[in-house]
Design a protein. Sequence first.
Length: 334
Amino acid sequence: MKLPELKIGSLIARIPIIQGGMSIRVSTSALAVPVAECGGIGTIGGSALPVEELQEDIRKAKRATKGIIAVNIMYAMRDFYNLVMGSIEAGADMIITGAGFSRDIFKIGREHNIPIVSIVSSASFAKLAEKLGAAAVVVEATEAGGHLGTMTPLRELFPSIRKAISKIPLIAAGGITDGYEMAEMMDQYGADGVQVASRFVLSEECSVSQAFKEAYLKARQEDIVLVSSPVGMPGRAIKTPFVDKMLACDESIASKECRYQCLKKCDHKYCISERLMASHDGDVENGLVFSGANTFKMKEILPVREIFDRFVKAAESVYKEGTDAQQTAKSSAS
Ligand SMILES: Cc1cc2nc3c(=O)[nH]c(=O)nc-3n(C[C@H](O)[C@H](O)[C@H](O)COP(=O)(O)O)c2cc1C
């Protein structure tokens, strides 16, 4: 059966897929535009970029598509406020925030008439986001790549948050690699849509180096591990020689100086901006390659259009009763 649209505020995505924001320069307009053109929500990862670079990329995206372009900005960033305001000024359609919780952002959203979407990993923050005016909530579980707010798997975490949220769309994120899992989250768990990131790293359009994509293709289940981040949260990444040193508490990985001043609070054990940039540019050995836990299941680099077509075909082949099934899942949760 046909998948429902995803309505967030006054925006309507024809296909209920948000491509998860990925900093630093992993999800740029190069990826977000084809996602938006396919009817999903394309997200530019805005954290740790110079505001001017981010604005230029948003404008480029908005010129290239009439679809929905969101910007993801982590609250942990020192420049959070400027990145949010800069994104709005450049014409972003939606702001998605995670890695911490900003109360002030909802007021900014109201003042500028732009939907704010919160990424949360607990029912209490989901409720708070809904109360303060979030247009939607993304439930991000431990299978996600990047920084993690929980160690609880998606299928355990989601129902408790489904029970807590009734007025706004609830999106499931973490470890979703195909349309069958998407349909499962919507049919059986009452999700209104999914956020998917790692699958889109393995797209032709994603602008990371070939070596970054190769690391994804080669990763076995046991190669995808928990790491510590200077942000003060755990993260999920692929084991590289740099990660081995980090896990061995090798002090030689500490950076000599703080060149980027990117975080509000940083423990300076290593420079996360430097390490993410290294892997983006192809120096995977010395870099940090964030990845979802289920990357090992994906063995092909595909065009974004093909990823969408496969997701939708698989999801619609099993998606049962659309809104009715979701209503049942939602009402049995509450
Ligand atoms: C390379 C990479 C970078 C990411 N960067 C961010 C980020 O900057 N901000 C954020 O909120 N989430 C970030 N995430 C999390 C994703 O947006 C997404 O919610 C999560 O990875 C979904 O799980 P999946 O990758 O298994 O699909 C990142 C994930 C990856 C794989």
